[in-house]
Design a binder for this molecule. Structure first.
Ligand SMILES: Nc1ncnc2c1ncn2[C@@H]1O[C@H](COP(=O)(O)OP(=O)(O)OP(=O)(O)O)[C@@H](O)[C@H]1O
Ligand SMILES: [Mg+2]
Length: 222
């Protein structure tokens, strides 16, 4: 699989097919036992803590369960890692956080605590928090799956906006209509393997393999 700068690659496939594993392997959360990963021509050496750290610095991952710090405001959540871990200047980080919160449509929620926000709003804070780390690649693992249907749209709008800004993304999603609309590349996985990949049209309308045909005929029917 290869991901182009500024493009959205979507991983789709049955439960347990390994979609999350790909994202977790990328950031070093799941050990890799074979093959290799290159970012911008550099092979990541997952045995070297330094190499993994450098790779991690280029990526940020957002999960289905947004896991905000409940005891911190929205602003605190977004600025915590850049200030405390990256040791960047507070004023600069806060100015950037304001811009990011505007970008995700939460410009008026700086002072709110997570439990005062809807699930969709919390997920958008989680996306802003990931973006505050200035990743070159954003990894999104089913970020709308835990949300009520009416809150899904606002999160998808945020992803659309990021796509418009040229953010490189790898997206795991069950929102097939959305994937069809925004993805440049769709990668179909089954039982731990990439079965086929191509444009949304190629994969959804004209899957070549039986396994992809079978999967899409089941999920696109309802
Ligand atoms: N290529 C692989 N090598 C080793 N283990 C794998 C591989 N693919 C999947 N697994 C294992 O299979 C299990 C399920 O994989 P994973 O969580 O990545 O699936 P998923 O596609 O994200 O499923 P879901 O849609 O339910 O989230 C995990 O325990 C994972 O470690
Ligand atoms: Mg998963």
């Amino acid at each position: 699989m290869s991901v182009k700068k500024g493009e959205i690659s979507a991983l789709v496939g049955p439960s347990g097919s390994g979609k999350s594993t790909v994202l977790r392997a990328l950031v070093g959360l799941t050990p890799i036992t074979g093959g290799n990963i290159e970012i911008a021509g550099q092979t990541i050496d997952y045995r070297s803590a330094r190499s993994v750290r450098a790779a991690r610095d280029t990526m940020a991952i957002v999960f289905q369960q947004y896991n905000l710090f409940q005891n911190m405001t929205v602003m605190g959540n977004v600025t915590f890692a850049p200030i405390k871990i990256k040791r960047r200047p507070v004023a600069e980080v806060e100015a950037q956080a304001k811009k990011l919160l505007d970008l995700v449509g939460l410009g008026d929620k700086h002072g709110a605590y997570p439990d005062q926000l809807s699930g969709g709003q919390q997920q958008r804070v989680a996306i802003a928090r990931a973006l505050a780390l200035e990743p070159k690649i954003l990894l999104l693992d089913e970020v709308t799956s835990a949300l009520d249907p009416e809150l899904v749209t606002e999160v998808l709008d945020t992803i659309r906006r990021l796509a418009g800004e040229g953010m490189t993304m790898i997206l795991v999603s069950h929102e097939m209509a959305f994937v069809r609309e925004v993805a440049n590349q769709v990668v179909f996985m089954d039982r731990g393997e990439i079965i086929e990949s191509g444009t949304p049209r190629e994969i959804f309308d004209n899957p070549k393999t039986d396994r992809a045909q079978d999967f899409f005929s089941k999920i696109l029917r309802h």
